[in-house]
Design a protein around this ligand. Structure first.
Ligand SMILES: [Mn+2]
Length: 405
């Protein structure tokens, strides 16, 4: 079983006598009797494959125990079936299963003989109980080891990420074809809601559907304004398939044709993005894409008279060029190795997402005001260099205008 294989791989790094504790999330109340849709904790999901809320896994070289919700006929009528304690050993291949309520009494027994316990504290109700049990035990960070494992994707994980990339690409394409002046941002946003669900996928994060000046608000999520003829539309949206995320941004003209000013800025961002992607390969330092993208954007803005020769690029490009991508959209894994920037390795997935955001300013030609452009793709590091998982989606100016015609 895949999950047990991961447990074994993790334990092999931790040495003899190591015991791992990993907890999933609790259901979160939204309002009244309504809960948010449940999403398991990524670490727990990765190591157990179990997707019910309120569970704790404890494993060592010798033993695998799970604490989970008990069967409850009344609750199951309302909320659906639970695996329960009796079925857990066969389904989850654990040595024993206990009700989650027994955590406080059973966990101390399981910890007793461990040399070192690996556990990451995170604020939730289960955490208090676990912390109580660990009060006198030597505890080490689990993430330090586990997150390095999660950072390198295996073939199954890459296949899921390709699937979420493909669905997201298709949906961005639909949005480009259907967007037009006078629609509201949420109407274009609903294309993503509908098409993601059509594949039984979820949003991996709250989408950004930002017309005109809203594109200059980096985390704009209101998505409730009308789309104006002549403005750009920036969409940052990606789905999650069985826990694995895609993260794509495209920016295109609402009326199907870039203005000259939009075209100039767009081409700079695109050149920066393509050059940054081209540099990604095993053993390349991970700060290289940002350096390359920043240089191209800086020179481009200087050429257009938007940025002074000694001006601060951060006025127009104030975020990084990428982040790890996986079960979490901003995925786990270190960015530094000791005090040095680390290097790319085969199986890592990173986003590449340069942008330019120009707010109103007396010092800038008004034709450039309120232009916010970001182009983001998902890049897998391969033996030979890289593979863009989101390659299929139009981003050249001609391609986009052609698709929208
Ligand atoms: Mn991103």
């Amino acid at each position: 079983m895949k999950n047990q294989h991961r447990q074994q791989k993790l334990l092999n790094q931790l040495g003899a006598g190591a015991l791992v504790i990993v907890a999933t999330n609790l259901e979160q109340l939204r309002n009244g009797d309504v809960h948010y849709p449940f999403r398991p904790h990524s670490d727990f999901w990765y190591l157990t494959g179990f997707t019910e809320p309120e569970a704790v896994a404890v494993f060592s070289q010798e033993d695998y125990t799970i604490f989970l919700r008990e069967k409850d006929q009344k609750r199951e009528i309302w909320d659906g079936e639970r695996l329960g304690v009796d079925a857990a050993p066969e389904i989850l291949k654990v040595n024993q299963a206990y009700p989650i309520g027994a955590l406080k009494t059973q966990l101390p027994q399981l910890i007793k003989n461990a040399t070192t316990v690996y556990y990451d504290f995170k604020p939730c109700a289960l955490d208090d109980t676990i912390m109580e049990c660990l009060a006198t035990t030597k505890t080490q960070s689990l993430g330090k080891y586990l997150h390095e494992m999660r950072l390198i994707k295996d073939d199954d994980e890459i296949a899921l990420m390709q699937k979420s990339a493909d669905i997201s690409v298709e949906t961005h394409q639909m949005a480009m074809q259907q967007a037009k002046p006078d629609l509201f941002e949420y109407e274009v946003g609903s294309i993503f809601d509908g098409n993601f669900r059509r594949y039984n996928a979820e949003h991996a994060y709250t989408p950004i559907v930002a017309g005109g000046k809203n594109g200059c608000v980096l985390h704009y999520i209101k998505n409730n304004q009308v789309l104006n003829d002549g403005d750009l539309l920036l969409i940052d949206a990606g789905c999650e398939v069985q826990g694995y995320a895609a993260d794509i941004t495209r920016t295109f003209p609402i009326n199907g044709t870039f203005s000259n000013a939009q075209r100039q800025i767009y081409q700079i961002v695109l050149d920066a993005q393509l050059a940054a992607i081209a540099a990604i390969k095993p053993n390349e330092v991970i700060t290289t894409p940002h350096k390359i993208a920043s240089q191209i954007i800086q020179q481009g803005l200087i050429n257009l008279g938007i940025l002074a020769k000694n001006g601060d690029l951060k006025q127009f490009y104030m975020h990084g060029t990428g982040h790890w991508l996986g079960m979490d959209v901003h995925d786990v894994g270190r960015y530094q190795q000791g005090n040095q920037d680390r290097k790319y390795e085969v199986g890592m997935v990173t986003t590449v997402e340069p942008g330019i955001y120009i707010r109103k300013s007396d010092k800038i030609n008004p034709k450039y005001w309120d232009i916010g452009i970001r182009i983001e793709d998902d890049v897998l590091i391969t033996k030979g260099g890289n593979r863009v998982l989101t390659q299929g989606l139009a981003k050249e100016i001609d391609e986009i205008e052609g698709l929208m015609r």
